[in-house]
Design a protein around this ligand. Structure first.
Ligand SMILES: [Zn+2]
Length: 439
């Protein structure tokens, strides 16, 4: 194995700082990095999280130490010899700090132990891991001198997790039946329980951490780095509950958990264009500076809408609710009505979050066009964000024509022209009929 480098968290923070200066152009960022790194399925932007990748790479290497089926590899044999007579896995997962003489101050082992400690503390893992080997464990002295634990190892009781079933400690009778132990080994069972009790609060029930659960696979499995990266990402995923509540309060509607998840997913389904996805991401995460928000930062800034000069402009008002925007949205929805030959009324929730399948009787391809129409509308409103005027439906049509040309090219190139026709032909026919109507 190459020599692992123990990188401090402060260095990672510095690297992030350098990255942030590029992303945010030295301005104060409006959202936590965790939201940006969140996966697209839950509304994030899937930006790479360096520290999670760093941990995932090392967890993959740690797996080779813990997986007994890979012990024949030369580099594992060499590192194992350095730890003799102790098990290399016990050095890593030991619930107590071990003297580095135990592994002959080997720098590879030393750094891996430090990296694991960083992971353990940062991810708040249990002090006593269920993966801790019981045999040849320096923190569990009887295992070094008593041959019974070698016998247990051969029978299948190799690690702390083997003493549990579905998170509950097995009684001696259950353990005896499961692993065919002899009656006279009850004292050994008590010894192991005493060891576990020492390093965990409620040893009778144990919480199986998702990361430790994920580490119960073979070390030579494929795509392990992505597997562990996603595992860490999912467990550290930030909650969007507060956002959902803010939208419920502002729109005065109830948004079910299931529906909210679909809205989050729609961030990247509303368009193929990354800029459009970013608009939807920023809107959903309420990152745009509305007048009411600016008023909170700077009390001398009026919260009144610059367009209607009548109501306070929160995000919903700025995108949909303003009376000056009524014509813009109703003209767009009139076009939708003509295209789909069914009356479609403007709905604030649809404009803000986009359309999801169950909202209309439209088919999947028509919904694609509908979502493009909504995101283009929002993009135009942003162009007029600080203006007293509003965008017009003619601008919307021009932008939609540009999108149609790009979509036609894109889908032709990947041999999916049929898909383009299914989504856009009604709109193109509509434009041709409009041209024909002009004398
Ligand atoms: Zn207004």
């Amino acid at each position: 194995m190459h020599k692992p480098i123990n990188r401090s968290l402060s260095l990672t923070k510095f690297l992030y700082f350098l990255g942030q200066t590029q992303i945010w152009d030295y301005r104060t960022h409006r959202i936590q990095r965790k939201h940006l790194c969140n996966s697209k399925e839950v509304g994030g932007l899937s930006l790479p999280n360096f520290i999670y990748y760093y941990w995932a790479v090392h967890i993959k290497n740690i797996m080779y130490w813990l997986d007994s089926s890979t012990q024949q590899l030369e580099w594992i044999r060499m590192e194992k010899e350095e730890c003799y007579p102790h098990d290399i896995g016990t050095n890593l997962l030991s619930p107590i700090k071990l003297n580095s003489i135990i592994y002959k101050k080997n720098p590879i082992i030393h750094n891996i132990i430090r990296i694991w400690k960083q992971i353990k503390v940062s991810l708040k893992l249990n002090n006593l891991s269920v993966l801790t080997p019981l045999l040849n464990n320096p923190a569990f002295k009887p295992s070094l001198i008593d041959n019974t634990y070698q016998q247990w190892d051969r029978l299948g009781i190799r690690k702390v997790g083997d003493m549990y079933e579905v998170g509950k400690l097995l009684s001696f009778q259950q353990l005896k039946l499961k692993f065919k132990l002899k009656d006279n080994q009850y004292f050994k069972y008590i010894q192991v329980c005493d060891f576990m009790k020492k390093y965990t609060h409620r040893f009778q029930t144990i919480f199986l951490d998702p990361l430790e659960e994920a580490m119960n696979i073979k070390a030579d499995s494929q795509k392990l780095i992505s597997y562990f990266y996603n595992n860490i990402l999912n467990r550290e995923s930030p909650s969007t509950e507060a956002l959902r509540e803010d939208w419920e309060h502002e729109l005065m509607i109830k948004i079910s958990k299931d529906r909210w998840e679909k809205h989050l997913m729609n961030t990247h389904n509303c368009s193929i264009n990354a800029r459009h996805n970013l608009i939807q991401f920023k809107l959903l995460h309420r990152l745009y500076y509305s007048k009411t928000r600016l008023n909170k930062f700077y009390p001398n800034v009026s919260p009144r809408c610059d367009k209607c000069l009548f109501q306070n402009a929160n995000i919903t008002h700025s995108f949909v609710g303003c009376t000056k925007l009524n014509t813009f949205w109703s003209d767009i929805f009139d076009i939708f009505t003509k295209l789909f030959k069914s009356r479609i009324e403007p709905k604030t929730e649809w404009i803000i979050f986009g359309i999801i399948g169950e909202d209309t009787n439209l088919n999947k391809d028509q919904n694609v066009f509908f979502n493009y129409g909504l995101i283009i509308g929002k993009k135009l409103i942003l162009k007029f964000w600080k203006n007293t005027t509003t965008p017009t439906v003619k601008m919307w049509i021009r932008n939609m024509m540009d999108i149609a040309r790009l979509e036609e090219m894109r889908l032709r190139l990947i041999d999916k022209y049929d898909q383009f026709l299914r989504s856009w032909s009604l709109f193109i026919d509509f434009l041709e009929s409009c041209d024909a109507a002009v004398p």
